[in-house]
Design a binder for this molecule. Sequence first.
Ligand code: NAD
Length: 481
Amino acid sequence: MKEYRMLINGQWVDSASGERFPSYNPYTEEAWATIPQAAESDVDRAVQAAREAYRTVWSKTNGLERARLMMKLADLLEAEAERLAELETADNGKVIRESLKNMKQAARYYRFFAGYADKIYGEVIPMDQTHLFDYTMREPIGTVALITPWNSPISILANKLAPALAAGNTVVIKPSEHASVTTLEFGELVRKAGFPDGVVNIVTGDGTVGNFLTRHPGIGKISFTGGSATGKIIARNASENLIPCLLELGGKSPNIIFADADLDKALAGAFAGVFGGAGQTCIAGSRLLVQRPVYEQVVERMMERIRAVRLGNPMDPATDMGPLANKPHYERVLSMIRTGEAEGATVAIGGKTGYERGLEKGWFVEPTLFVDVNQRMTIAREEVFGPVLCILPFDDEEEAVAMANDSKYGLASGIWTRDISRAHRIARRMECGQVWVNTYRINAAQVPFGGVKQSGYGRERGMHTLMEYTVVKNVMVDLSV
Ligand code: NAD
């Protein structure tokens, strides 16, 4: 059993209380590592270290040097990608090829934002009064709190840490209590890359630690990825110190297939869009809206695809889908399936645990397809965050748009059609932050991502996110003698 420590001011430390909690492997169901549960005093030490590092070193480090360190970090991350992917799969059960892809994607994010580190600047503003000289500067916020979930710890962290560092901030990170290991291992890469002590700090533990961190008066901004309910608590905590937040929350994203779509492509995209990561992705296209003439065909073909899914050891490259990441979540997903049935939806295929299917261990839930669903059912409204797809028919464009937007969430959507005008027309009407047309679930360092409604606010990735980690200062000078 490996014992991990937290990273505070460049040192690996235990929590002040000495308290630890286990990390479980969702395939073996066994504890395999222990993690410190930070005390409030540990959080305070981490914030103070980050603030001190900002004041004494990082705010005086130029963009070129910040970029050099970030490039080094990207190299180290890539060199360690396989080892880290294995650890992440042991921690959250994601199939190994997906974990490996996440590591490489994270390295790409550090490289992308390193390129910006020496290109963040303000503007000169022409004034009515010609004796006035006015300019803006884009300054770092100072110390930012980064809080991440368990589904893709390293790539979600990169969405936040890469722009935060490029813009010149210092950080305190808190990974999920269900998958902290790779973030702590990553901390060692930060040290090896040569970042000054205190620029990157990592505290671990459950929501109480996140609570200490988000209420700490030394924090200038909170960047959070997780559930909408937690997002609301964090926004309330932020209001105590009147600091801004970036909130990447849940979703119930619609994937709309029109009868004129390339059905092979649409089915492949809709399938991967919801069952990738065993459905544990915020952008899961968990509501499949299908135009009535092809509805039966799509149901049949989706069932065929689901039947072929191999559940098993997520370390085995032949496995299609691993277990769910942790036991409470596994129980929650099963209970949502039961709610779907109780409310009158029909499980067309799936719905069982791995045990019921004959597997000997692991928190597996079969990929599940619900039919006979209506928009009022819990299964069609609430995020499952598991391998569960609802399929609903529609007649025309108007109905598809109305159904798609009838959600408290607004993260992503997909449109499958050969009619290019229709695709753009609908993209314009979608109430969400990301629309994919004839593709789904593709992310890139260059492309801004985020939600509207209860899926959160603020944008990650792309140059837009750099603005999230800077603040504008205006300077006005009277040039008259
Ligand atoms: P969660 O909200 O339970 O936890 C996320 C993080 O918040 C964890 O580190 C947790 O310890 C911390 N936390 C919990 N209570 C807190 C509090 N009171 N104050 C501060 N921090 C607290 O989410 P989860 O179960 O880890 O992840 C699943 C959720 O994340 C899903 O809803 C999913 O949609 C969402 N998610 C969103 C995106 C996105 O980019 N929009 C990406 C991945 C996951």
